[in-house]
Design a binder for this molecule. Sequence first.
Ligand code: PEP
Ligand code: MG
Length: 323
Amino acid sequence: QKAEWKQLKDAKSVTADGKQFILGANIGTPKDVEGANDNGAEAVGLFRSEFLYMDSSELPSEEDQFKAYKQAVEGLSGRQVVVRTMDIGGDKELPYLPLPEEMNPFLGYRAIRISLDKQDIFRTQLRALLRASHYGQLAIMFPMIATVKEFKAAKAIYEEERAKLIAAGTPVADHIEVGMMMEIPAAAMIADKLAKYSDFFSIGTNDLIQYSMAADRGNEHVSYLYQPYNPSILRLIKNIIDASHAEGKWTGMCGEMAGDQVAVPILTGLGLDEFSMSATSILKTRSLMKKLDTTKMSELAQKAVTECETTEEVVALVKEYTK
Ligand code: PEP
Ligand code: MG
């Protein structure tokens, strides 16, 4: 089996009936690029930029960030790298950036909420990203967007920094896709509105499930509620994908669910465009995809979304459709 996977390293990700998908890697530092390439990643669907902030005793400079992003896009040689702007807060703390004590850190001051508040930090990161865009195929996404207003505010700051760099003669890519993480149920419900402004969506199921089920993703006492295949979650995912397609945009997924072998047949049927996962899951997923028929998977997805009541029913349905 492993030998079969290895042969797929340079292959496209296609189903039995010839529909093509993109299988990407999630990376945490530019060093992970090697693993992504070794495992046949067609893109980086999520570059978590937090390492720059967490592995440091002070705020990372524009230059340090620029180097890291440049290294990543160059390492992917023209394939797309989606960099997520700072997702600090929640369970991720910084010694040099005192955050308020909070009763519910996961519901508190984190990610884009900090970036929109502490704009100097955000602008520094955006400048580094814009400068790195000249060296490869870079895209940017904002984490934890809940409202249209937040997305517009973040995008406006991005446009300001872009215009300033261009005015100063700094080389910047002509077109950079600017998208958002879909990880808050409120955003998923108004995906049709957000799709008018966001170039793409990337579904963060780790948080989307936690917030939909109101169950802390790290709390073992409520881990039974962490249900990626629950019809409630599948409906949100379908809504997001359909909304993006209606606007001619694309949707990826960068939460754990994207590499989940039970979820992949359903996600294929829902028309997810890009699956981004830990590099070591890519070849296994490419191999699974080769066996799937999209017409059949659409039927499976449709049934899971409209007829199933429970996770267990969905799992049974996937078994039936993939045996
Ligand atoms: C997610 O929420 O699914 C995600 C990919 O982001 P993180 O796990 O970094 O919160
Ligand atoms: Mg998240």
